[in-house]
Each structure stands twice: as C-alpha cells, then as structure tokens.
Design a protein around this ligand. Structure first.
Ligand code: PEP
Ligand code: MN
Length: 337
C-alpha cells in the first residue's frame, strides 16, 4: 500500500503516523520526493482501515500496490535509486549516473588484471569486473583463482581507483568479500534465496543478474529478498536468457527488459552484452542499443589476449576494441542527453 502525504507536511506530523503503522506490524519506507512524502507500507495491510487513513488531514491519497514486489517497486519509491559504492573511485550508478563496468571474465594472474584494469580505466571504465570464483559448466575448466583472485582485484583497485565488481558463488566465501565494492550474484544463483537474504545484511552493493531462464518478475522478487533483509543497494543486470536460438548466439539478450524494469522499479538496470550474446562482434552493437534503450550501465568483458583467455575468450573484447566501443557508448549518451 502507498500513502501519499500532502505537500509540505512537517516531519513531526509524519512520525506519529509511521509509529502507528509500525505498531500494526508493517514495514514503512519513507520516501521524500521534491514536493511530497510517500510512505510505502510493506507487509499484511489487512489490519489497516484505508478509509480512516484517507480521512487524515495530512494524507492526500492511499493506493494499493498489487505487485508482489514492494520495496523494489517504483510506486513506493518514485525516483530512481542511485547506488554509490563504498570506498574510493566515486562509483555511482543510477539516476543519471552511468556506469561502464569492464574487465576480464576471470582474473588469471597479476600481469593480466593489472594491464586490463589500466587499459579499461584509460578508456573510461568506471568499475573493474573480474571473476575470482567462477561458475563453470564443466568441473574440468578453470575454476578461478579464488581468494588470490580477490587479492589481485584489490591490488588493481589500489592502482587504478576503480571500484570492483566480482561474483560470490557461495555464502561460505562471504567473509572474504568485505572490501569488495559490488558483489555479483550470478545467473546461476539468482534464486538462491538463502544467499539473497544474507546479502541483505551486508553493506556492499549487490549486482543481481537475471536467471538463465528467469522472468523479470522472478528477478524483481530476488531483488526484493535482498531489500527485505535491509540492503537497498541493488543493481539489476540483464544478461540474456535461454531461448530456442542457440546456433548463433549464446543467449538471447532481452533489451526490452530495460524499459520494462525502468518502469516497474527504481533500481538501476545494467546490461551485460558479453554473456547476452556470447560473441565479441555483437558486443558493440548491443552495448549501443542497451544505452539507447535507457540502461544505467553496461558490463563488458575485456581481455588482453582473448584467444588465450581461460574463460569466455570468444565474447571478450581486446582493450583497443573496448576503447572504441566506449567512445561510441559515450556518444550515444550525449545524443540522448
Ligand atoms: C560473469 O559475469 O562472469 C558470469 C558468470 O555471468 P552470468 O552469471 O551472467 O553467467
Ligand atoms: Mn564470463
């Protein structure tokens, strides 16, 4: 339920209403817009007399939110959420702050991550990505450097100032992620609800990928799990879904997800055209299309030598290709401004 208060109501008149609503066992999210305050009520509102609420002099209107996602709902929080990462680098995302997240699929060694971090930074990247714990389809493939990979990422952050985005595969490793700016929940873990609840209790920003065959409502409900446990710093990521097309692309990148999600939720939306297509030649056109569709950021895999990459070489751009794509991405942003 959403309670829209009249413009200019002083906080001392709002507080008693909030306490009363909390006394009914409801979660209350207070959103102060430029002109009005909106209270989003989360939980079972059956015990609240809507007509009584409507009759209060500080209340302008009361409306129901029938969608199952509440905290993530734009009806409850009308303005875009801007997530800002902890630490250095000024990595803000959403509400007009555009993020260019780039780096290798996986951290392979110090020389590789140091070089790629430097190159993507020069090209305008605002976050460095890189997997230390890798979800691989085959147990015989490179599984990532693990804790050592996290250490190398933090070294690269020290050298470049770029905040880090890296994937958490299982809760057991969470204590190692304390200094990581953005914890990625991969497509294989989008519905790992125990993990999502736990990530609701950490200060880090969470980048939540869409499930391999996940609907947008399922993605929003996964975000709701994190938010319901107390962490509002959630970024949604479209990374392509399974469809009947498998000959020419790894996944089908669903760019319609961008305007749909932007309408339904206030959370920032990022597009990953690397996993979304699986092929390097499609990364640039899909990046430009994602920006034109209104994405708050894009995430691109970049490798110094894609042919020799231990993971996802075919979809990785070289640093030079990335620099070219980044330049065009910024031009599209300018054209839209
Ligand atoms: C990744 O970003 O490295 C990754 C494994 O992505 P996804 O979970 O989307 O497959
Ligand atoms: Mn990858």
């Amino acid at each position: 339920m959403v309670v829209v208060l009249r413009g200019g109501v002083p906080q001392e008149k709002i507080e008693p209403l909030i306490s009363w609503l909390k006394g009914k066992g409801l979660g209350v999210r207070e959103f102060h817009g430029q002109e009005q305050c909106v209270l989003g009520l989360i939980g079972n509102t059956a015990g609240v007399d809507i007509e009584m609420l409507r009759s209060l002099d500080i209340v302008e209107s009361v409306g129901a939110v029938s969608d199952p996602f509440k905290a993530a709902n734009r009806k409850i929080h009308p303005e875009d959420t801007v997530v800002s990462t902890q630490g250095t680098g000024g990595g803000s995302l959403g509400g007009g702050h555009f993020a260019l997240i780039a780096g290798p699929c996986s951290v392979e060694n110090e020389a590789q991550i140091t070089l790629v971090a430097q190159k993507v930074k020069e090209a305008g990247a605002t976050f460095l990505r890189g997997g230390a714990f890798k979800p691989r389809t085959s147990p015989y493939d490179f599984q990532g450097l693990g804790e050592e990979g996290l250490r190398l990422l933090l070294e690269a952050k020290k050298a470049t100032g770029l905040p880090i985005v890296t994937e958490l595969m299982e809760l057991r490793s969470l204590p190692l992620f304390e200094e990581i700016d953005v914890i990625q929940v991969g497509a294989r873990n989008t519905q790992n609800y125990d993990m999502l609840k736990e990530l609701g209790r950490v200060p880090n920003t969470i980048l939540l990928k869409r499930g391999l065959a996940g609907t947008l409502k399922e993605l929003l409900m996964s975000a709701e799990y994190i938010m319901a446990s107390g962490n509002e710093n959630v970024i949604l990521c479209e990374r392509g879904i399974r469809t009947y097309e498998s000959d020419y692309s790894r996944n089908t990148l669903d760019l319609s997800a961008v305007p749909i999600l932007k309408r339904l939720t206030h959370l920032p939306v990022v597009v990953d055209p690397s996993h979304g297509t699986g092929k390097a030649y499609m990364v640039e056109p899909m990046s430009l299309a994602a920006v034109a569709a209104g994405a708050d950021g894009i995430m691109i895999e970049v490798h110094n030598n894609p042919a020799e990459a231990l993971c996802d070489g075919p979809q990785s751009l070289t640093p030079e290709q990335f620099a070219d794509t980044a330049r065009k991405v910024f031009k599209v942003r300018e054209a839209l401004a």
